[in-house]
Design a protein around this ligand. Structure first.
Ligand code: NDP
Length: 308
């Protein structure tokens, strides 16, 4: 069985930053990229708030830069998904893609979070046929058509604004009488003439036929129902932390995020550290994820030093 000093799971800003620091500290890290190589930022367009890019940068391009930087210092970056984890004793035992086993002295969990869906049967039925949780990935298919985005946070505003640049009309379906997004994002939405915000509306069903989505049945909070004609239905209602692998082993909060000790990356299992969105329900920014990846690598290095 392969034995590694430091195993990193996840390839978003947290995982790659941890890999940069861990390789520079001679921990010879092995990083498994997981289900979504490059993480959530590969599904976004322009990143304008990551320091060091005064003109902004494309999400995938930025993740490529981080990947190359980690590789430059010798991080062993592999494609593959960790499918099992036994954290009951050290070295921890992990299974990759249901087969290969690895023994790891330490583990940095940077598995991120995944988009949430409303849970409607019709939404599942039309997933990939008009229903999507990533406007920047799929918006192009709905060029010059009418679409809807569900949610009132920064993601929803960002996606609605992006869709408005390629689609004819964009409805925002918002369950509250206000947007939760930052003021700058809200202003952008309200200044975009082809975005129509439907406050206090919920989706009852996604409507469709054999070719995919044709509309959505909405209910206003006062009970009034209406149908909108759309071909694309985009979810932007938040995320679910990718911690299923660690249930019963790592201490999680009520929403499933990994609990860490104070400002450190230390989990309840010695030698296991968490970084990025998987432990952060609050800030969830690329820069905070990168910062926490750095913290995890330093915690990991100090832990290994103390074992000697
Ligand atoms: P948020 O949790 O901020 O917002 C989720 C939105 O979806 C809210 O409007 C919420 O409504 C709504 N919602 C949740 N569940 C349902 C449901 N079942 N039915 C209808 N609506 C629902 O998630 P985001 O993904 O927007 O943002 C996550 C974090 O990432 C935030 O901290 C955000 O600031 C940050 N972010 C920053 C960006 C940037 O700076 N460029 C870009 C994107 C995200 P309600 O308000 O009623 O709870």
């Amino acid at each position: 069985m392969e034995h590694v000093k430091c195993l990193i799971i996840g390839s978003g800003p947290a995982g790659f930053t941890a890999a940069i620091y861990a390789s520079r500290a001679n921990l010879d890290p092995v990083l498994y990229e997981g289900i979504e190589p490059g993480g959530q930022l590969t599904t976004t367009t322009e990143i304008e708030n990551f320091p060091g890019y005064p003109e902004g940068i494309d999400g995938s391009a930025m993740m490529n830069d981080l990947r190359r930087q980690a590789a430059r210092f010798g991080a062993d970056i592999r494609s593959g998904i960790v499918t099992e984890a036994d954290l009951s004793s050290r070295p921890f035992r992990l299974k990759i893609d249901g087969g290969k086993e690895i023994a790891a002295e330490t583990l940095i969990v940077a598995t991120g979070a995944t988009a949430r869906y409303l849970g409607l049967p019709s939404e599942t039925k039309y997933r990939g046929m008009g229903v999507s949780a990533c406007a920047t990935c799929d918006g192009f298919f709905y060029r010059k058509q009418d679409v809807a985005v569900v949610g009132g946070g920064d993601t929803a505003c960002e996606e609605a604004t992006y869709l408005a640049s390629i689609c004819r009309h964009v409805y925002m379906i918002v369950r509250k009488p206000f947007l939760r997004a930052s003021k700058a994002m809200q202003e952008r939405v309200f200044a975009t003439p082809n975005i129509e915000v439907l406050f206090e509306h919920n989706t009852v069903e996604v409507l469709g036929d054999d070719d995919g989505v044709t509309g959505a049945l909405l209910r206003r909070n006062d009970g009034e129902e209406r149908t909108i004609d759309i071909t694309g239905f985009f979810l932007a209602i938040g995320h679910h932390p990718n911690t299923d692998l660690f249930k019963g082993q790592l201490e999680l909060d009520d929403e499933g995020y990994i609990k860490v000790a104070g400002a450190t990356s230390k989990t309840n299992v010695e030698g296991v550290f968490a970084a990025g969105d998987v432990k952060d329900p609050q800030y969830r920014q690329a820069i905070t994820a990168a910062g926490s990846g750095c913290i995890a690598a330093i915690d990991c290095e100090r832990f290994l030093l103390a074992q000697k």
